[in-house]
Design a protein around this ligand. Structure first.
Ligand code: GLC
Length: 389
């Protein structure tokens, strides 16, 4: 049954589950309790959540070109991850979990560490350094409670983008120094708490242009392994996530930055090579090493002036749709993690969370605050999609 916003409000009033007025939810039958094992994407399609779907439908309706508009609508059917980027984002989670068909899997991004985004400004979060107990009780414990009330829903949790990679390569920044204990204890707590039968976890590991440098592979793998072991080596941690909200190609020879002067110091010139190199390092370090790779926005290459440019890259296009057919035994799935059309950061240089990367020559402007909708950027991703919609 399809719930309209009005009906949703009624449902909300009866206390069935919380639903925001602007989101629609397909309610499904009760599913029997799920116990996941192996690659969760082999037999389950990534769920297309209504948070993104509703944005996309509104975006499609705003497009006057009828061909483009109908192409846009198809994006609403693509599975993507649901970002739980604040404590209040949990308010709608129960409704989302109850809407996942029994044979699908929902992807969630756990993303609310204290002192979040320590090496940049655009995605600084609601919790300050030191608010670890709030993270644990109001965010992780609350999340676990909702999941435990939905044992019939298969869930993939992607844990804390950028956090551990930042501790490896940006440890000298005062902000990352201050965040270090909270990140390590927070991620360990998340991993331990989310060790549930219907959940599979992947920990974020940046991308080839980040931890893929020869000198970063071992420290990167050891950082992930250290936190995993501190969590008691939870058995549902299956591996790592790469290219989250990123731009790297899955497979490209030569890689985009392979012939740069420093290219010789990095063998992870595409995500396929990164998965291979980093999974080997993880194995040595004692961390489970299957990967998922974000292909949401990586269709077009050759757009960035520098490999580290991460904000609203201009000219980008939607990439390969979520699939477990990766052709690589170490890679469980290509997934859409970053919801294409949501901004990476504001280009308004007077804003509190303005990061200069969002003002660079290769960044699309104007761009709104991180996480908010950028219609023009969405239309660009659509036009440049490979394969096309
Ligand atoms: C950014 C934002 C976050 C949002 C996410 C997905 O990281 O900071 O709020 O949920 O992107 O668009």
């Amino acid at each position: 049954m399809k719930f309209s916003a009005l009906l949703a409000a009624v449902t909300l009033a009866t206390g069935a589950y919380a639903l925001p007025a602007n989101e629609t939810v397909e309610k499904r039958a009760t599913c029997s309790p799920v116990t996941l094992s192996g690659n969760p994407f082999t037999s389950r399609k990534l769920f297309a959540n209504s948070h993104y779907g509703d944005y996309v439908k509104t975006a499609a309706a705003a497009i006057t070109d009828s061909t483009l508009s109908s192409q846009a609508l198809k994006v609403a059917d693509v599975g993507s991850f649901l970002w739980l980027d604040t404590i209040s984002a949990l308010d709608t989670l129960d409704g989302h979990l109850k809407s996942v068909p029994c044979d699908q899997v929902i992807g969630i991004v756990v993303y609310d560490l204290p002192g979040r985004d320590c090496a940049a400004k655009a995605s600084n979060g609601e919790l300050a350094v030191g608010q670890l107990s709030t993270y644990k009780s109001s965010y992780i414990d609350a999340l676990v409670k909702i999941i435990k009330a939905n044992t019939g829903t298969a869930i993939v949790a992607l844990v804390e983008p950028d956090s551990l990679p930042n501790l490896v390569t940006n440890a000298d920044l005062s902000t990352c120094k201050a965040s270090k204990t909270g990140y390590e204890d927070g991620v360990a707590y998340a991993l331990k708490s989310l060790n549930l039968p219907n959940v599979v976890q992947y920990v974020d590991a940046g991308h080839g242009g980040w931890l893929g440098w020869n000198d970063n592979l071992k420290p990167g793998a050891e950082e992930l392994a250290k936190v995993y072991k501190a969590a008691g080596s939870p058995k549902n941690v299956r591996g790592f996530a790469t290219n989250v909200a990123g731009w790297n190609a899955w497979s490209k020879t030569p890689g985009e930055f392979e012939n740069a002067p420093d290219g010789q110091w990095n063998k992870a010139q595409d995500e396929k090579r990164y998965v291979s190199l980093f999974s080997a390092a993880l194995k040595t370090a004692g961390f489970p090493n299957y990967a998922i790779v974000d292909t949401g926005r990586n269709a077009v290459q050759g757009l960035r002036d520098e490999w580290g440019d991460w904000c609203n890259v201009n000219g980008a296009g939607f990439g390969v749709r979520p699939t477990s057919s990766t052709g690589d035994s170490q890679t469980d799935a290509f997934v859409w993690v970053k919801p294409g059309g949501e901004s990476d950061g504001t280009s308004d240089s007077t804003a509190n969370r303005y990061d200069s990367f969002c003002g660079k020559a290769d960044a699309y402007k104007p761009a709104p605050e991180a996480g908010t909708w950028n219609q023009a950027y969405f239309e660009m991703l659509l036009k440049n999609a490979i394969p096309q919609f």
